[in-house]
Design a protein around this ligand. Structure first.
Ligand code: S3P
Length: 409
């Protein structure tokens, strides 16, 4: 069973964003509890390659901005879609020219949906195609007024970072209510309220709350392993990120939210999770999906234990993640005896008895790898931590095995 208390490294989404704001701040910033994951390291490396000084000492990271002076003209994003998309808005607008490229998986992820509005903002993109590598030149940003066409906080944020270099007003509407950390950080930094434009960012301090998406895997373990009772402290509890928690509570999961408080415009809480025997199936709506998009793989695993039929629809975005997650979830759960049906925009899961199968695989996708590890833990009471999996999971959650080992009794 899982027992005890855990505190997680900073949320990955907020970590990327706060680094870019630190790079724009006169006097830089001090960040506590920044994510230590590989994806965030990609963002750090690119900023350093532009002459922004970033120093890490234990839990404290300092960012000092200086005159932007790129040392390279090819910027590697590894597996990180967030880095690639943010940088396509950020770099040209701070006066950098070059090429963004990534690993095999990132090179198959769609970029046209971002390039289209960036071109409208006058970003000089040289390679007008849907995939990385993409070459761009430093550009003078034109303001825009648009509504997002896709439910993507990465696109929204890339456009906002571009807009922050222009003194004219840009308006971006988000009808999907995607994660709003960029907007919250702008509030914290006293930026303009109803539009985006250049504003003076003074030196600041920021503590990143624990990563709620990393927490989702530990939460799943606690719900599904008999006798478990854990407390996750100081975790991000932003409304646009807690779809998973709300749905699990609706299914009857024993989750209590304690000490809910707001720090720097972000909600933070402690979450107690206990083993739950009688989960009930649910139907996820379009609005549910947006607020739990990264948690669908682990949610699909939990649904196998819920009485009835769970339907996950309006989730076509899952096919565009680090792997085609609809396919990778269905492949693995089916192999283990899951009664799962693939749909064009989601999946249907019926209550099933899962048995471990050695052929399950990660598809080189960190969230699928962690889903498989939790599956192994609940069926065999074992964790693998083979070197290949460690590497993949480091993408978002380097302490995955460490925390599970500490909690596992
Ligand atoms: C993220 C937004 C989401 C999410 C990703 C992180 C962000 O991607 O899946 O893990 O930090 O803005 P999309 O914007 O593609 O939905």
């Amino acid at each position: 069973m899982l027992k005890g208390t855990v505190k997680l490294n900073g949320d990955k989404s907020i970590s990327h964003r706060i680094l870019l704001f630190g790079a724009l701040a006169s006097g830089g910033c001090t960040i506590y509890n920044l994510s230590t994951c590989q994806d965030v390291q990609r963002t750090i490396n690119i900023l350093k390659n532009c002459n922004i000084k970033i120093n890490k000492e234990n839990n404290k990271t300092t960012v000092v901005n200086s005159i932007v002076k790129p040392r390279v003209n090819r910027f590697y994003c590894g597996n990180s879609g967030t880095t690639a998309r943010f940088m396509l808005g950020f770099l040209p607008s701070i006066g950098v020219s070059g090429t963004i490229y990534g690993d095999k998986s990132l090179s198959t992820r769609p970029m046209q949906r971002l390039i289209e509005p960036l071109l409208k903002m006058n970003i000089n993109i040289k390679t007008i195609k849907n995939y990385l590598p993409i070459t761009f030149e430093k550009s003078k940003i034109k303001p825009i007024n648009l509504s997002l066409k896709h439910p993507s906080a990465q696109i929204k944020t890339a456009l906002i970072f571009a807009a922050l270099s222009s003194s004219s007003k840009t308006i971006i509407r988000d009808p999907f209510n995607t994660r709003n950390h960029t907007e919250n950080i702008i509030k914290y930094l006293n930026g303009p309220k109803d539009y985006y434009s250049k504003f003076q960012i003074k030196k600041f301090d920021y503590t990143v709350p624990g990563d709620i998406s990393s927490a989702s895997f530990i939460i799943a373990g606690a719900i599904l392993i008999k006798g478990s009772d854990i407390l996750i402290q100081e975790v991000l509890f932003n409304e646009t990120r807690i779809g998973y928690i709300k749905i699990l509570q609706k299914m009857g999961a024993k989750i209590s939210v304690l000490k809910k408080r707001t720090i720097n415009f972000e909600t933070v809480a402690d979450i107690r999770v206990q083993y739950t025997q009688n989960l009930q199936a649910v139907h996820l709506t379009r609005a549910d999906i947006v607020n739990m998009i990264d948690e669908i793989p682990i949610f699909a695993l939990i649904s196998c234990f819920a009485k009835g039929t769970t339907s996950i629809s309006h989730a076509a975005e899952l096919r565009l993640k680090e792997s085609d997650r609809i396919k990778s979830i269905v492949y693995n759960l089916k192999l283990c005896g899951g009664n799962v049906v693939e749909k064009p925009e989601g999946l249907i899961v019926k209550q099933s008895k899962l048995l471990y199968n050695t052929s399950i695989k990660s598809f080189h996708d960190h969230r699928i790898a962690m889903m498989c590890e939790i599956l192994k833990l609940i069926t065999l009471n074992e964790l693998t931590d083979d070197s290949q999996n460690i590497k993949i999971i480091n993408t978002s959650f380097p302490k995955f095995y460490k925390h599970l080992r500490e909690l596992h009794v």
